[in-house]
Ligand binder design. Sequence first.
Ligand code: SF4
Length: 214
Amino acid sequence: MKENKARRVERAAEIVEQLKKEYPDADCSLTYSSAHRLLVATILSAQCTDHRVNQVTPGLFNKYPTPSDFAYSDVNELAKDIHSCGYHNQKARSIQGSCLKIVEEYNGQVPDTLDDLIKLPGVGRKTANCVLGQYYGVPSLVIDTHMVRIMNLLGLTRSKDPKKIEFELMDIFEEKDWVKLTHLIIDHGRVVCIARRPQCGECVLSDLCPSSTV
Ligand code: SF4
């Protein structure tokens, strides 16, 4: 039987409550001290672990302290500096291009709206929402691979399209929980609802999850 919206909203709230109890310290694991540094770290984190990014960024931010330093850098040298994060040429172009636009069109300030952020080269909704929620405190949902997979398992979407999922989840989760939700789901995906071998027997969501095997 198809679940109605009221029940989905109720279930979404119960899921958040359980996950908050289970992962009280869930938070962004990237290290940053300013908006442009978070933007750079988030670009580097695509297809790379946050741990690896955090190993690279201290030296990187020492060498390129400001958005201008990235904007007017030699992109080949920048690519070498971020080589260990993977996709280094593409990421170097995104970082340099974004910082150039920030310096030349936004007076050196990282924009604080989704519309402006997604106009930066190589910045999609995921990166933009991360900066908005994490740095500017704007309620926003980051839809990464954990969110796509686990929200499907939880029966809160049937889509694989991150943008569609973002809007569906905005409709059922409380705005105050949006930023935290991604971190809760990432922790849950790493520890319990692991891809290919979900540990349903140990999951605090098993009573709330239609994919539970227990
Ligand atoms: S019950 Fe199983 S499938 Fe559902 S969220 Fe928990 S671990 Fe994942």
